[in-house]
Design a protein around this ligand. Structure first.
Ligand code: BGC
Length: 507
């Protein structure tokens, strides 16, 4: 009897004056938390010219100029997922994910990018794929645009040309109408910042347009208009399908190098240029004031034209409020500073000169195989709370988070395991402190083509043997641990001694 009394006493909330003290809750993700993994069409599909597919900028430029890519490779075949999609679904099933984020290839559906010709084989492929996901209880999160622009538009200024905005709207309408009965989570555009920086500021990604300090902003502006166009089309014509539409923004977390006032300003400017440039127009109706002010200041100093074209009142209204959720791709933190050493550090004009800050990685953070990515989970927590406080606590999905390793790491990828565990702990803490984050997608399901970095960076939970004609996939330790996290809804289980001995799950 005394035992029951003791148990009941500890299980019930205890009242201490006016304060109700509950026993500390176990750290656990709720059952409806959307665990998933991410990928993108060009990085995994291969079959670049199969079943009526048209050419994208990536197909075209990588054939023409292979040395754009570090190891002179391309994604003509890559993981061969267009052909092997059933195997990918078995892997998803093995992991136990509830959702899968993938992108549609625009030119598989509209080979020349326009609705002049809709490719029934492209549509049939994705319908089959989506049906099979749903049969396996996996919800599709579909990205319309993950950087593979139809070549005709790429040759015509790409996202610097407003015509691309309208054509994107047409494509979105075709996709909503072809798949919207099954797909309830839509992502319009992946990462405006990275896309505009690499394709239109630095000219390193197709269509290789180098327009520092100008093209970068123009691209971002048009991507926002394209996003808004797709959102309004969904709202006006497809809302009855009961889905949700959002934009995916990449957001790393800036940390001041010192307590100086200048470094504190550097943090705010970083957030305005890298994150606010895209989220403020959507959530608040215009560019952040400090972004505009800095570009005005640098343009005046240089005696150049004002390079950030303001939105008209009508455009502001058109973009404002176009979200049902926001997708965030987050990988790392970055240390930021501003002092005299930054003056004259960057080309003029350029986006970097406009922001006017220096950045570096903290050596004490665990390194990945990318110089620019080191793990710092507390930064992830801070970012989630910043989004909550700055944008009125929107529904957030972490649409990418990951840690690349070199092939030397093999299957026993403990560094990735630690990364996942620490980042998910940070996510749980942020949720406990009010973040409305409802899902997490690890990047990536398997190793794949890492854009201009080629095949050397291993982001996958599954290792892919690219020399094997069958592109054999093998579960890494990180896959088995992520599977257990999903199964238990917690990160808190016994990793050592290791109950997840690599068991040779091969696909
Ligand atoms: C992109 C992915 C890419 C990943 C890792 C993101 O910027 O959306 O396509 O593979 O980062 O670099």
């Amino acid at each position: 009897m005394w035992l029951w009394t003791v148990l009941v006493f500890f299980a019930l909330p205890q009242v201490d004056g006016d304060v109700v003290v509950t026993p500390e809750l176990e750290k656990r993700f709720p059952d409806n938390f959307s665990f998933g993994v991410s990928s993108s069409a060009y990085q995994i599909e291969g079959s670049w010219n199969v079943d009526g597919k048209g050419l994208s900028t990536w197909d075209f430029y990588l054939h023409k100029q292979p040395d754009i890519v570090e190891d002179c490779t391309n994604a003509d075949v890559t993981t061969d997922s267009y052909r092997l999609f059933k195997r990918d679904i078995q892997m998803l099933k093995h992991l136990g994910v509830k959702s899968y984020r993938f992108s549609l290839s625009w030119t598989r559906i509209l080979p020349d990018g326009t609705t002049n010709h809709i490719n029934p084989r492209g549509i049939a492929h994705y319908r089959k794929f989506i049906d099979l996901l749903l049969e396996n209880d996996i919800l599709p999160f579909v990205t319309l645009y993950h950087w593979d622009l139809p070549i005709a538009f790429g040759k015509n200024g790409g996202w610097l040309n407003e015509n691309t905005v309208d054509r994107f709207g047409d494509y979105a309408r075709v996709a909503f109408s072809a798949f919207g009965d099954k797909v309830k989570n839509w992502i319009t555009i992946n990462e405006p910042f990275i896309h505009c920086l690499f394709s239109y500021e630095l000219g390193l990604h197709p269509p290789l347009i180098k327009s520092p300090g100008k093209g970068f902003y123009e691209c971002g502006r048009n991507l926002l208009l394209g996003h808004a166009k797709a959102y309004h089309i969904y709202d006006a014509e497809f809302r009855f399908q009961g889905g949700k539409v959002g934009l995916v923004v990449d957001a790393q977390w800036p940390i001041a190098a010192s307590r100086s006032e200048e470094d504190a300003e550097a943090v705010k400017d970083y957030l305005a240029f890298y994150v606010g440039q895209y989220l403020d127009p959507v959530f608040k109706g215009d560019y952040p004031q400090r972004l505009t002010a800095r570009v005005v200041a640098t343009s005046t100093r240089e005696g150049t034209e004002f390079r950030l074209r303001p939105f008209s009142e009508e455009e502001k209204k058109y973009i404002h409020g176009t979200y049902d959720f926001v997708g965030i791709n987050h990988y790392n933190s970055v240390v930021v500073y501003r002092n005299e050493s930054v003056n004259g550090m960057y080309e003029e004009p350029s986006f970097y000169d406009d922001v006017g800050i220096g950045t570096y990685m903290d050596d004490s953070w665990p390194a990945s195989s990318f110089d620019s990515m080191r793990a710092n989970a507390p930064g992830f927590y801070s970012l989630l709370l910043y989004l909550k406080d700055t944008y009125n606590n929107p529904v957030v999905f972490i649409t990418e988070n990951g840690f690349p390793l070199s092939s030397a790491e093999g299957l026993d990828d403990w560094k990735k395991v630690n990364y996942i565990r620490n980042y998910l702990d940070a996510l749980m803490d942020a949720r406990a402190d009010g973040s409305n984050c409802q899902g997490y997608f690890f990047w990536s399901l398997m190793d794949s083509f890492e854009w201009t970095s080629g095949y050397g960076y291993k982001f996958g939970l599954y290792q892919v043997d690219f020399d094997d004609p069958d592109k054999k996939r093998t579960a890494r330790k990180s896959a088995l641990v992520y599977k257990e996290i999903i199964r238990t809804g917690t990160t808190d289980f016994n990793y050592n001694p290791d109950p997840y001995q690599y068991n040779g799950t091969v696909y």
